[in-house]
Design a protein around this ligand. Sequence first.
Ligand SMILES: *[C@@H]1O[C@H](CO)[C@@H](O)[C@H](O)[C@H]1NC(C)=O
Ligand SMILES: *[C@@H]1O[C@H](CO)[C@@H](O)[C@H](O)[C@H]1NC(C)=O
Ligand SMILES: *[C@@H]1O[C@H](CO)[C@@H](O)[C@H](O)[C@H]1NC(C)=O
Ligand SMILES: *[C@@H]1O[C@H](CO)[C@@H](O)[C@H](O)[C@H]1NC(C)=O
Ligand SMILES: *[C@@H]1O[C@H](CO)[C@@H](O)[C@H](O)[C@H]1NC(C)=O
Ligand SMILES: *[C@@H]1O[C@H](CO)[C@@H](O)[C@H](O)[C@H]1NC(C)=O
Ligand SMILES: *[C@@H]1O[C@H](CO)[C@@H](O)[C@H](O)[C@H]1NC(C)=O
Length: 438
Amino acid sequence: MNVIATSVLFVLLFEFSSGVVSLKSHDVRNYLGTRTPYRFRYNKNDSKIKYPQCNDSKIWMIARHGTRLPSAKDIVGMNTTLKDLKFEILLAHQQGKGDLSKEQLQQLQLWSSDLDPDKEKYLTREGQDEMILLAERMHKRFPNAVKHNYDNQTFLFKYTATERAQQSARYFTIGLFDRKDAQGVIFAPTTKIDPILRFYKHCDRWQKQVKKNPITYKEQYIFGHSQQMNKTLAAISKRLGLSHVLSLDTVNLMYKICGFETSWSKYHMSPWCYAFNQESAEKMEYYHDLKHYWMDGYGHDLTYRQACLAIKNMFENFSSNQGPNATFLFAHSGTLLKILAHLQLYKPDQPLRGNTLLKDRHWKTSHIDCFASNLAFVLFECKEGDHVLALHQEQVIKLPMCKEELCPLKTLLEYFYDSIYNCDYSDMCSLSNEKIAK
Ligand SMILES: *[C@@H]1O[C@H](CO)[C@@H](O)[C@H](O)[C@H]1NC(C)=O
Ligand SMILES: *[C@@H]1O[C@H](CO)[C@@H](O)[C@H](O)[C@H]1NC(C)=O
Ligand SMILES: *[C@@H]1O[C@H](CO)[C@@H](O)[C@H](O)[C@H]1NC(C)=O
Ligand SMILES: *[C@@H]1O[C@H](CO)[C@@H](O)[C@H](O)[C@H]1NC(C)=O
Ligand SMILES: *[C@@H]1O[C@H](CO)[C@@H](O)[C@H](O)[C@H]1NC(C)=O
Ligand SMILES: *[C@@H]1O[C@H](CO)[C@@H](O)[C@H](O)[C@H]1NC(C)=O
Ligand SMILES: *[C@@H]1O[C@H](CO)[C@@H](O)[C@H](O)[C@H]1NC(C)=O
């Protein structure tokens, strides 16, 4: 298909409503989890956000890097497992088996992969665009806090020591400033141990009690080995015309590549998505959400408690007359999710378990943790004192501890007193005074 034909198809496939690109509910692209592209989620309304007798004066924003390439392991999987599977599926359909349509088979026939494993997890072109456009919209919404002219005292940009976070920061500044300014931006030096951007990475106690603790993966394991997962694997294999049942690993690889490839291109859906229907995509989404719930979310108290290190930095910056007025931090899904949980956002009504799929859970990474997902706090100086506005994925949100969207800074400082004053890294994270995990 040529570009024009695909664009027409694109418009037909999507509905536009309330500023967000929205897909029909049965579309598998609603269930891509942490590989959901940002173009499905961001707030298209970039009008200036103003409140009477208030000025937007500071901003503190943390973003997950934009759309990236898969891990080296998955890149190799594409070149081996999926290449073989492609031929198996095509052959099965030639023999009259399987449910894929003629057009789907044509797309699959055209599919190939030649990614270099050395470029694992690199930011993609689409990821660059996500950052450029995000910066432009944030400037339009908050022109006073996010100025168009660069000044090394006003702006602070920082990223983790990874290619994807570094490039995300770079393209964000390209979106914000004109060419000359963007070239002169000074980025804060990266540090191996970064207690703000990746507080969990060197939190030894968290590493031991959560990340490396088999209990963290228990519910995901239960779901992965449940009867309903078995049925899903069988249904997917049948849909593809195979006479044997695919393993969870292989189906998981297809699911991940479906997400990645769909994210990379605005006008193209990965043919690996054809393996799924709404039901099976929801199962794979839940399988991953279980892990993120127990590893990055509400599953363990320490997981989100340590996010005080980031929250504290925001409040310190907001309470000071000095320091940067515009802070932009570029990090990872693991950082964002833990901060969301620290703020008590998207908490499901009950813990996620492997034996039942909670369909209407608030904790759904497809919605809250897409590529380039971001959280911004904007300080408004008002006649009636300082206020804070929070935005998640550019949408204004009401924080659970506030009555209104525009929340008095004082209310937040009281609520987060412990996060600010009792946030001691070594106390929380050292193994020497280890407390029993919750
Ligand atoms: C866009 O955002 C502005 C500022 O928040 C708001 O006043 C306006 O109603 C919004 N427009 C639409 C169409 O939602
Ligand atoms: C907002 O800023 C403008 C210009 O900088 C100033 O005239 C106005 O008094 C400020 N308003 C408040 C409520 O601080
Ligand atoms: C993919 O596999 C083929 C052999 O099947 C190999 O020749 C090629 O180098 C591989 N490409 C990458 C990028 O690994
Ligand atoms: C910051 O900008 C000022 C001029 O605006 C310049 O004199 C100074 O050298 C810059 N600081 C750094 C660290 O580059
Ligand atoms: C799921 O399938 C595997 C392999 O086919 C089998 O060993 C296991 O008993 C099944 N589990 C359930 C709960 O049906
Ligand atoms: C603001 O935050 C940055 C890091 O994000 C930090 O280097 C700076 O010291 C903070 N400034 C104040 C005044 O808290
Ligand atoms: C930074 O914010 C402070 C306090 O809100 C304000 O007084 C100052 O003018 C701002 N600086 C710039 C360069 O906008």
